[in-house]
Design a protein around this ligand. Sequence first.
Ligand SMILES: C[S@@+](CC[C@H](N)C(=O)[O-])C[C@H]1O[C@@H](n2cnc3c(N)ncnc32)[C@H](O)[C@@H]1O
Length: 244
Amino acid sequence: MNEAPSRKPEVVEYRIGRQGLGDAAAYDALRYTGPAQEYKQAVMAGAYRRLIGPLAGRRVLDVGCGTGRGVVEFIPEAQFAVGCDASLDMLALAVTKARGQRAGAFAAAYAQDLPFADGEFDVVTSLNFLHLFSLETQRRMISEMKRVAKPGGTLVLEFDNALQGLAIGLYKRWSGREQGLFPSEIRRVIGGDCRIVRVCGAVFPVLWRLFYRAPRWGRPIEKLAYVPPFNRLAHRVYYQLLKT
Ligand SMILES: C[S@@+](CC[C@H](N)C(=O)[O-])C[C@H]1O[C@@H](n2cnc3c(N)ncnc32)[C@H](O)[C@@H]1O
């Protein structure tokens, strides 16, 4: 009997030996190393940590964890933290960073089909991940993230913003360089069974390239993006959701 071919889930491939950012071995060096990237990362972490809040006693899942930027930071604070990702090469690097820490675990998984029971986690995060996928896939992934969050639990999701620097975001979207979303599109992919509590922005496009050279005055200005109305002008927007 012929079986119907199962549809391969949408995956953005990261593995050792690929070109550019897709090369797992080079990912941290390209994305998080050097003064410019470290500055950007600190500004972004300031935004998502505001929304995640204290992690003591909480069970955390970081979806699309990659080399562990989020989950490795959460493990020492949380009751336990799990990172999941589709790439074994990325997971191997995250595991190395978390070695020796008792409260961490990692799973190879597609975000469209998370291998966890309903309501398993107090906090679910997804950083620098969702914008890589079509809207339909984002909807499916977020629906899974909501399923594994407990009622009353928190989700913190990062999106690319089509309104960043107004004309800049619109140009990036029009030219296909980035697929930033408008707030109405973000609300649609988030869907039901949750309430949007807060939206924080991070990193003012173009300006951050000046600010990182003088972080002492750049950082306070960047903090404006953490709150309305400037949050809507930032490169990335972080949505804090309460699972209902
Ligand atoms: C841009 S990296 C982000 C990693 C990390 N969250 C960070 O902030 O550095 C995107 C990650 O998504 C993973 N990925 C791609 N498609 C996926 C899928 N369908 N399900 C789960 N992970 C996936 C990749 O392997 C990669 O590690």
